[in-house]
Design a protein around this ligand. Structure first.
Ligand code: GLN
Length: 516
């Protein structure tokens, strides 16, 4: 749709009761994604940005908690005086209002609203009811796409349409007839299956869209185009079907992704690695930056809890670069510090993000400056050397939800540093999610010993980036660059990190050749 010239945004409605996923453990729902305006959101918004290259905002993610909070606040203010406040119409009105907010900005021709969960869930009922009402209120401007499952039974060698039939029936029970069925499947849907689904589910065969497993998620738009999903949508919405878009750049991206010229091995050190979705944006940023460098990025996921000074050389053996991930709390922190020490001492390109940057500061304080007790105030409240300390405006906060330093802040970069070279720009904007910061009281001690602050917030003087100039590439960022990487705009820091890793790999093999 976007390639056809329409402006599009996507929003996610999550039926759970949390106000936002900011307070959820990543094991529950994967990474918490942060938008420019500082909303802590579902990780799907990361996909929306990576595909559309258009920033999302708080309005793009709504939860049941947020809906109820708004309605209850209104009730307390007397907005419904005299009335019984009920799911219908009060909760559904609030859901409908939030579905329409993005469209009312006049910025978008099409708003895609994704409802999380499954048809039949108790908690998604008010959302489906809201959709039913909207279809009646705006019959020409709405359509419903239902994502269904067409499982393949190996033993019978057969695709089964029953689950699709049943979920459409469940939708019909609550008054919603889908216009389009997108069918998740492991095998191609032949004409007969499509016709069967169409007949049982009251849709035209052209509205039965195959959504087959793809080798990469980035192939999906092309597969959808092949299925003519875009045309069916435009036709049903009565919108102009203009010339078939070529999607040239997207195809070029896929071509490069499938045909790398080199391989680079990166270790991702974190404590949530059992659930890879916890680091979704980082993994995707590596895909984008790999394509930009014409190389495949082989990620080795390393559990920080299992690392220590004795095994780190073995565990990180063969890696061309090490990334230490963001995080909270003490679990696994000493392993992160061991990994950083190894990368620093062995001149392996290192990239630390948020807690990863804070650990780099702690490691440097302990092993280079010589303050054995150096720590972050997040973990050790009584250390004499709190090189990472709580931010002033965080000290008196008691509420946990949405109170971190969140979203876009400016950062000024110092010339002749790795970070400046990566961005080729003096002023940058990046997204944040933290409560602790580099303790400026110690800045001079660090600079004297060879770790510099190469990026600072121009207003608060908060250290945003640290580097070690006497190292091939050692960069720690307080912000989260991964949130801004898209297919169209791979992130400059990830590109630069991979470049450094490739350089190390090449020089290592040259040394080997010469020795041979
Ligand atoms: N826990 C650290 C802080 O709050 C780092 C947060 C992060 O890595 N996102 O400052």
């Amino acid at each position: 749709m976007q390639a056809r010239g329409y402006s599009v945004t996507i929003q996610k409605l999550d039926p759970y009761i949390n106000i936002d996923p900011g307070t959820l453990n990543p094991y529950e729902h994967g990474e918490c994604y942060v938008t420019n305006d500082g909303a802590e959101t579902d990780l799907d918004l990361g996909h929306y940005e990576r595909f559309l290259n258009v920033p999302t905002s708080q309005a793009n993610n709504v939860t049941t908690g947020r809906v109820y909070q708004t309605v209850i606040e209104k009730e307390r203010q007397g907005e419904f005086l005299g009335k019984t406040v009920q799911v219908i119409p009060h909760i559904t009105d609030e859901i409908k209002r939030r579905i329409q907010i993005l469209g009312q900005s006049n910025k978008f021709d099409i708003v895609i609203t994704e409802i999380g969960g499954t048809v039949g869930d108790i908690e998604s009922l008010p959302y489906i009811e809201s959709v039913r009402q909207l279809m009646w209120e705006f019959p020409d401007d709405t359509l419903v796409v239902h994502l269904t499952l067409v499982p393949y039974l190996n033993a019978a060698g057969e695709l089964k349409t029953k689950p699709t039939q049943h979920s459409v029936k469940s939708l019909l029970e609550v008054g919603v007839q889908p216009d389009i069925l997108v069918c998740r499947t492991e095998h191609h849907l032949d004409e007969a299956i499509r016709k069967k689904i169409a007949r049982f589910c009251n849709v035209t065969p052209s509205a039965v869209i195959e959504s087959i497993d793809a080798s990469t998620i980035y192939e999906v738009p092309l597969l959808m185009q092949k299925e003519e999903l875009d045309k069916v949508v435009l036709q049903k919405l009565g919108m102009e079907i203009n010339a078939e878009p070529e999607l040239k750049e997207w195809r070029e991206f896929l071509h490069r992704l499938a045909n790398p010229e080199d391989v680079v091995k990166i270790g991702l050190v974190g404590k949530y690695i059992e659930l890879k979705d916890s680091y979704k944006s980082i993994a995707e940023a590596f895909v984008h930056a790999g394509v930009a460098n014409q190389c495949k990025v082989e990620l080795t996921w390393i559990h920080s809890e299992t690392l220590n000074d004795d095994n780190v050389a073995k565990e990180l053996n063969g890696l061309d670069g090490v990334l230490v991930a963001p995080g909270f709390g003490s679990r696994g922190i000493e392993g992160k510090i061991s990994a950083i020490r190894h990368a620093r001492e062995n001149k392996i390109p290192f990239f630390g993000i948020c807690l990863g940057m804070q650990c780099a500061v702690i490691e440097f304080a302990r092993n280079v400056i010589g303050w054995n007790d150096a720590h972050t105030a997040e973990i050790s409240s009584d250390t004499a050397h709190a090189v990472i300390d709580i931010m002033e405006d965080q000290k008196d906060l008691t509420e946990k939800g949405g109170t971190m330093r969140l979203g876009d802040y400016e950062c000024r970069l110092i010339e002749n540093t790795n970070i400046y070279e990566a961005y080729d720009s003096e002023l940058i904007n990046e997204r944040h999610r933290h409560r602790y910061e580099f303790n400026n009281a110690y800045l001079k001690d660090f600079e004297d010993k060879g770790m510099v602050a190469s990026g600072m917030n121009p207003n608060s003087n908060l250290v945003e980036v640290v580097e070690i100039p006497d190292h091939p590439w050692f960069v720690g960022a307080q912000f989260h660059p991964e949130y801004k990487s898209t297919v169209e705009k791979p992130h400059p820091l990830f590109i630069a990190f991979l470049k450094a890793a490739l350089k190390r790999k090449t020089s290592k093999s040259l040394t080997k050749d010469m020795a041979g």
